[in-house]
Write a protein that binds this ligand. Structure first.
Ligand code: GDP
Ligand code: MN
Length: 375
């Protein structure tokens, strides 16, 4: 998960890394008011989670409060690399003497964290690495040992930092490393790390990407809403909405993808799908059915279960419970079920109580559900 620059800068600031003073605004009047009250020269920065904003026109240098309001409303109407701008960060303009690069990234190959620095910041670091490889230096940090001062000193010497800047750079790099580790980051960078006219280092830009697999440890960044996707995720299911009229439930991503393809191949269009994953408890199945049925215009449902570790008889019991809870009218919305694998026979026996359409193969299931949807 990528954070916005203003979110990352708040984290950097809390960690003791110098960042420019500023405020995130969402309207041009708010921008003008801030510019009036602060009375300093500002830079206005579109908040989008893509690189190269500067080049794409996402960074403006307004000269007065009037202009600050104007450029803010311009930025808020922009799309940068396909992403709509919903907020603008106004910051006190930094007096730039030199731009450096400092970043941490996970290096999967060496199973280490790598710290990358460059004396040519402000531009795309991949470009610098290609065109001026001698201007980029890196060290590998063993996460079990941590980052050592001597490593940083060697690193910054290689890019020619003078001692007063070096001291600040080491302090900032150590703080950034702590942010990187404590936020389970995959990428954390300051580009440019600015040397100001009075020889102070300050983070003019901020990138912080959090490993999605660790998001459960950083619930403060969770975008809470009442969308079916969110409610599914909270319950450990995956739900995705599509355009057709056939609801699909299956266990396992591969099986569900194959089911979607088969339904499409048979002339139908999936409306949505829910992957219930492993485990077949009634509450999961009934939540899946609920999510599928919330969408308007569902004409038929296909439930495709492959019993492996998950046993078909458990799934069948789950279905029975779910139907009891939901009181579905199967004449209005027919449900085609295909069970295969462990305890299939037992499962089918349990399901015979319900007025479901059971079939043996996926192909049949797909054909049948398309016919039912067209009825
Ligand atoms: P990016 O294009 O998305 O990486 O956005 P940055 O925040 O890195 O800004 C791009 C460039 O704009 C920087 O490398 C600077 O050259 C310039 N810039 C950004 N903020 C300031 C500022 O406060 N003062 C000055 N003079 N230039 C700035
Ligand atoms: Mn940048």
């Amino acid at each position: 998960m990528k954070l916005h620059e203003y979110e990352a800068k708040k984290i950097f600031k809390d960690a003791g890394i110098p960042v420019p003073d500023g405020k995130v605004v969402f309207s041009s009047s708010e921008a003008k008011k801030f510019a009036e009250s602060c009375g300093k020269s500002l830079v206005a920065k579109a908040q989008v989670k893509v690189g190269g904003r500067g080049k794409a026109g996402g960074i403006k240098f307004p000269e007065n409060p009037e202009e600050t309001g104007k450029v803010t409303s311009e930025l808020l109407r922009m799309k940068i690399k396909g992403e709509a701008v919903e907020a603008v960060l106004l910051e006190e303009r930094v007096d730039i003497n030199k731009e450096l690069y400092l970043g941490f990234v996970v290096d999967r190959g060496s199973k280490n964290i790598v710290c990358i620095v460059s004396s040519m910041g402000g531009v795309d670091i991949e470009e610098v690495a290609k065109s001026h490889p001698d201007k980029v230096s890196r060290i590998y940090v063993d996460p079990r040992i941590g980052l050592m001062d001597f490593q940083l000193r060697n690193l910054f010497l290689k890019i020619g930092l003078e001692s007063d800047i070096m001291r600040q750079a080491i302090s900032i790099a150590k703080k950034l490393y702590n942010v990187f580790v404590s936020f389970d980051s995959e990428l954390c960078e300051i580009n440019p790390l600015v040397v100001t006219g009075d020889r102070k280092l300050i983070a003019a830009d901020a990138v912080l990407n959090i490993d999605d697999n660790a998001l459960f440890r950083h619930l403060e960044f969770e975008k809470v809403d009442d969308s079916p996707e969110y409610r599914a995720r909270k319950a450990g299911l995956s739900y995705v909405e599509l355009d057709g009229d056939i609801g699909i439930i299956g266990n396992g991503a591969g099986l569900v993808m194959a089911t979607l393809d088969l339904v499409h191949f048979s002339g139908g269009e999936p409306a949505n799908f829910c992957d219930v994953g492993g485990g077949a408890r009634a509450d999961r199945i009934s939540l899946a059915l609920n999510l599928i049925l919330e969408k308007k215009g569902i004409k038929a449902i296909l439930i495709n279960i492959f019993g492996g570790i998950t046993r078909c008889d458990e799934v069948a019991k789950g279905l029975i419970d779910a139907f009891e809870q939901l009181q579905l009218d199967l004449n209005k919305i027919p449900i085609v079920v295909r069970l295969a694998g462990t305890n299939r026979e037992e499962g089918l026996k349990i399901l015979s109580k319900l007025n479901l359409i059971t079939v043996d193969t996926m192909e049949e299931a797909a054909k049948k559900v398309v016919i039912e949807a067209r009825r």
